[in-house]
Design a protein around this ligand. Structure first.
Ligand SMILES: *[C@@H]1O[C@H](CO)[C@@H](O)[C@H](O)[C@H]1NC(C)=O
Ligand SMILES: *[C@@H]1O[C@H](CO)[C@@H](O)[C@H](O)[C@H]1NC(C)=O
Ligand SMILES: *[C@@H]1O[C@H](CO)[C@@H](O)[C@H](O)[C@H]1NC(C)=O
Ligand SMILES: *[C@@H]1O[C@H](CO)[C@@H](O)[C@H](O)[C@H]1NC(C)=O
Ligand SMILES: *[C@@H]1O[C@H](CO)[C@@H](O)[C@H](O)[C@H]1NC(C)=O
Ligand SMILES: *[C@@H]1O[C@H](CO)[C@@H](O)[C@H](O)[C@H]1NC(C)=O
Ligand SMILES: *[C@@H]1O[C@H](CO)[C@@H](O)[C@H](O)[C@H]1NC(C)=O
Ligand SMILES: *[C@@H]1O[C@H](CO)[C@@H](O)[C@H](O)[C@H]1NC(C)=O
Ligand SMILES: *[C@@H]1O[C@H](CO)[C@@H](O)[C@H](O)[C@H]1NC(C)=O
Ligand SMILES: *[C@@H]1O[C@H](CO)[C@@H](O)[C@H](O)[C@H]1NC(C)=O
Ligand SMILES: *[C@@H]1O[C@H](CO)[C@@H](O)[C@H](O)[C@H]1NC(C)=O
Length: 867
């Protein structure tokens, strides 16, 4: 008997083993087939599904089976890298619902070819998690999803912008197990009942409906059912109302994001009912009135964003009670007064953004902010009232003081030297009259000291800033030659030295020691000698601007096909000889400026291979021969061609006038530029007028200064012009009256002055609100009469010469490219974004990416709304 026991045990063990093996090897055949079928419907450029072979589908990448039943319960093919070849592309085959036990399906970040979300997904009766975020779906979201009564997480966000829509949100109310809902970018235009339907979800904790065109905020709700709701994110929905009371009955709320809506009225004090609130975002709404005193009562707040509203008066001391506050953004309001008693007490503050107010700060006010890492006080006043040896309690990562008025004398704050973690310093246009501060921290990666009055030569200590990626010293009074130490800036990508008085020969050194250089601007200086051969070898260079110097000799003939150059501007120098053939190797070139030199010969025929060219400016040289006809045929993207003042013989082209420009048929992408609600600063470039085909130009809600360029009068096709809410000054150009197609104009809330021009098209604009908020404008349709003085003042300002700056030029290119991207986005193509980016100049201004991205979303929204 005893001898048989082991055998029995062994037999039993084998049996158990075989059961186990049987299950783990034998994934269900129907399910295996369904998966194989699913794979067949997909294009898989990176071979992510290479493990999908053999019998045991449970061992395949992304597939998970139940230990007990052996059924496939999980399919996770998320592509978290997004926008790259890692994405699977194709269709979801109808056999997929054979995976009847599936409870988790994640296909996010792949690309389903602008097809609608399949109805049969409603058949996964056990699904608890469905993630189709960023997966290129387009069209109506199927009501069949309402069958997923066990669903807890539903993420349909970031598919084709507003091309996904919910026709009737009734099905959402059936998802009674739902806890997390994200339908960002899905249009709810035709789902008027959205609130009632959401209110039927008793367990929902997080609702994210960003940019869903909700449009309205139902005023009333009979009973607030959301007792578990912690996050309500309704940003960017153009909700035009006051904030309804029911929101403040959701006492479980911890995160309330309502920014980017047209919410108006005074600040609702019911917010204090939300005692659990940790984050409140009401940025970019239209709240007005004084800064609410009672905000200091929301004790748990960690993040408060009230930027871009019309709050006025001072920041009350009670805000100092928010002892947990880490992020505070009050930028772009009309706040004034001091901050010492309130904000100055917030010891936990990490991120403080006060930009564009009229606040008076002092170094004293900052003396208690020991956690501070990000500080933006641009467009305010700061008094340097500590002694030079003051050591602040904080270590900043980023400091922005652009357009700050620094008192009592405009100089560098001496404590900058103590900020050993500082990576970004923006001190543009701060009126600093000083030498280059040679004790800047070596941690700096981004340094902008442009538009000041820095003088003297660059110190050798510049080379200590070896982490620098971007250096902008443009528009100062710097002189001399570059210090030898500049070659230590090995990681530099963007070097801007325009509009100074640097002299000497162009250094070949740059190319040898700065292999990463992408943007190099040394225009408007006194550089002489020739353009070194080595400049052709900068592989990563995208923009080379050397205009307005004294460069002589010939353009080097060494340009390579491997070059990434997009912009080459050598105009206004003393260059001689012809256009070298090797320039034709610059296949990426979009903009070539060689005007105002002594160049001669014929325009090389091979230039027709630079098919990306949008601007070709060869004016004011001695070119001869016929105007090449291939220009119009090969350069399909060409928008501006200037051949003015040369010795061409083909006379008929001059018929159009002295400035020869011809616009090609390829204008469609440029018909709409909407850069509203952005961070654009500086002047509107005169060159904008060159975009003849433009139909709609919206630059509202930016920080633009200077005058409205006269060249706008040249944009004869313009139908919509919105420059409201900027800081534009001077008179309104009378040429506006000549824009015969103009049917929408808004110049409100600027600082324009003088008489409103009349005549022609302008006479049809009788609504005075389009000029509101410009106290110095006069004449009809305003009731204010023009006294002689006001009218004159405006005209004089207008005559001031607006100086051409690199900012303006860059800005122009940015707008062109954006025009393109916007057109592209309207057709929807999130996955291809990366590629579009390549053809743009944005990489030179790296950290603008996010802002532009956000802006584009907003822009497209507005564009669509118009349609
Ligand atoms: C299934 O087995 C794996 C590995 O043996 C284990 O990590 C997991 O927790 C099990 N799951 C269940 C639901 O038992
Ligand atoms: C869905 O997937 C994306 C990544 O593609 C992820 O960021 C997101 O958090 C997921 N959603 C949910 C609800 O888990
Ligand atoms: C799912 O829902 C639709 C409509 O909501 C319904 O007609 C259908 O019978 C349901 N069942 C399945 C399996 O799709
Ligand atoms: C969608 O919202 C949920 C919260 O409901 C969040 O967890 C998820 O990360 C969001 N998805 C994306 C892609 O951001
Ligand atoms: C609130 O939820 C209950 C069930 O939890 C439901 O009967 C009721 O209709 C809901 N109220 C609203 C207004 O949807
Ligand atoms: C909100 O709460 C108040 C009491 O604080 C109550 O009278 C009111 O009916 C509630 N409103 C809704 C919509 O639930
Ligand atoms: C909001 O709605 C009112 C009328 O209901 C309208 O007069 C106003 O122009 C709207 N505001 C915006 C920003 O659309
Ligand atoms: C809040 O701040 C105000 C003004 O600083 C102060 O008078 C008040 O006592 C504070 N309240 C609490 C609860 O700390
Ligand atoms: C602040 O602005 C208000 C108007 O918004 C004005 O009445 C007040 O005098 C200003 N205070 C200071 C200190 O400038
Ligand atoms: C800094 O904190 C100390 C102690 O809490 C306080 O006495 C002082 O007034 C504060 N200074 C400022 C500028 O807020
Ligand atoms: C403006 O001037 C006209 C005559 O030039 C005069 O009749 C009118 O009363 C004036 N209006 C104001 C508001 O001064």
């Amino acid at each position: 008997m005893g001898g048989r026991t082991p055998l029995l045990v062994l037999t039993f063990s084998l049996a158990v083993l075989s059961i186990k093996l049987g299950i783990s090897h034998g994934c269900r055949e129907t399910e295996r087939k369904a998966l194989i079928d699913f794979k067949r419907g997909l294009h898989d450029p990176s071979n992510r599904l290479s493990s999908w072979v053999g019998e045991d589908c449970c061992a395949w990448e992304g597939v998970g089976c139940s230990n007990i039943s052996g059924h496939v319960i999980k399919l996770d093919l998320r592509n978290s890298r997004r926008m790259d070849p890692w994405a699977l592309r194709g269709d979801i085959t109808p056999s997929l619902p054979s995976l009847q036990q599936l409870n988790r399906l994640d296909l996010s970040g792949n690309y389903f070819m602008h097809k609608p979300i399949p109805k049969f997904l409603g058949a996964f009766r056990r699904l608890t998690y469905l993630n189709l975020s960023g997966a290129g779906f387009m069209g109506r979201v199927p009501a069949q999803l309402g069958n997923l009564s066990t669903l807890q997480h539903l993420d349909l966000s970031y598919n084709c912008y507003w091309d996904d829509e919910v026709e009737n949100s009734g099905w959402i109310s059936l998802l009674t197990s739902l806890r997390h809902l994200n339908m960002t970018w899905v249009s709810f235009t035709n789902a008027a009942n959205w609130l009632q339907d959401l209110n039927a979800l008793p367990h929902v904790q997080e609702i994210e409906l960003i940019s869903c065109d909700l449009g309205t905020f139902p005023r009333s709700l009979s009973h607030v059912n959301f007792t578990s709701l912690t996050t309500l994110d309704l940003r960017g929905n153009y909700i035009n109302s006051t904030i309804p009371d029911w929101v403040f009955n959701i006492t479980s709320l911890e995160f309330l994001y309502l920014g980017g809506n047209d919410l108006h009225g005074f600040f609702p004090d019911s917010v204090t009912k939300l005692t659990s609130l940790k984050a409140l975002d009401l940025s970019g709404t239209q709240l007005s009135g004084s800064f609410p005193d009672w905000l200091g009562n929301i004790k748990n707040l960690k993040s408060l964003d009230l930027s871009s509203n019309s709050l006025c008066g001072s920041v009350p001391a009670s805000i100092g009670n928010l002892s947990l506050l880490q992020h505070l953004s009050l930028g772009s309001n009309d706040l004034n007064g001091t901050i010492s008693k309130g904000i100055g007490q917030l010891k936990s503050l990490v991120d403080l953004d006060l930009h564009e107010n009229s606040l008076s700060l002092s170094e004293d006010d900052l003396a208690n902010l020991s956690s501070l890492e990000y500080l933006d006080i641009s467009y305010n006043f700061i008094e340097l009232n500590k002694s030079d040896d003051w050591i602040p309690p904080f270590q900043l990562q980023s400091l922005s003081m652009d357009f700050c008025q620094i008192g009592p004398t405009p100089q560098f704050p001496q404590w900058l030297r103590t900020q050993t973690t500082l990576r970004q310093l923006q001190l543009s246009s701060a009126g600093i009259k000083d030498m280059f501060f040679d004790r800047l921290p070596s941690s700096l990666e981004y340094l902008d000291l442009s538009y000041n009055s820095l003088h003297g030569s660059l110190p050798a200590s510049l080379g200590n800033l070896s982490m620098l990626r971007s250096l902008d010293l443009g528009s100062n009074n710097l002189n001399g030659m570059f210090p030898e130490s500049i070659k230590r800036l090995k990681g530099l990508r963007d070097l801007d030295l325009y509009n100074n008085s640097f002299s000497g020969n162009l250094s070949p050194r740059i190319t040898n020691t700065m292999p990463s250089l992408q943007w190099f601007d040394l225009s408007m200086n006194n550089m002489s000698g020739e353009i070194p051969f080595s400049y052709c070898q900068l592989r990563n260079l995208e923009g080379l601007q050397l205009y307005e110097n004294n460069l002589s000799r010939v353009i080097p003939n060494c340009w390579k096909t491997s070059s990434n150059l997009l912009l080459l501007d050598l105009s206004s120098n003393k260059l001689v000889g012809g256009v070298p053939d090797s320039l034709c190797n610059l296949q990426m070139l979009e903009s070539l400026h060689l005007s105002h030199n002594n160049l001669s010969g014929q325009i090389p025929h091979c230039l027709k291979s630079c098919t990306e060219l949008a601007t070709l400016d060869l004016g004011h040289n001695n070119f001869i021969g016929n105007i090449p006809t291939w220009i119009g045929e090969s350069l399909l993207y060409l928008k501006t061609l200037s051949l003015r003042s040369n010795a061409f013989t083909d006379m008929w082209l001059f018929i159009k006038g002295s400035e020869l420009e011809y616009t090609t048929r390829q204008l469609s992408m440029d018909t709409l530029i909407d850069l509203s609600n952005n961070y654009l600063s500086g002047n509107i470039p005169e060159e904008l007028g060159n975009l003849h085909g433009l139909r709609s130009l919206n630059l509202s809600k930016n920080y633009l200064i200077g005058q409205i360029p006269w060249s706008i009068g040249r944009m004869k096709q313009l139908e919509v012009l919105d420059l409201s809410r900027n800081n534009l000054s001077g008179a309104i150009p009378s040429d506006l009256a000549a824009l015969n197609f103009l049917n929408h104009l808004n110049l409100s809330y600027n600082n324009l002055s003088g008489r409103i021009p009349n005549g022609n098209q302008l006479q049809t604009f009788t609504d005075s609100s389009i000029y509101a908020g410009n106290p110095n404008l006069c004449g009809p349709p305003l009731t204010k009469n023009c006294t002689l003085n006001i009218a004159k003042a405006g005209e004089e300002e207008q005559n001031e010469d607006s100086s051409k700056s690199r900012m303006e030029t860059l800005w122009l290119y940015t707008s062109i490219t954006l025009g393109f991207i916007i057109g592209f986005w309207a057709i929807c193509g999130s996955l291809l974004l990366q590629q579009t980016w390549r053809t743009s100049y944005f990489r030179a201004i790296d950290n603008m990416f996010d802002k532009l991205y956000v802006m584009m979303v907003v822009t497209v929204a507005k564009y669509k709304r118009k349609l």
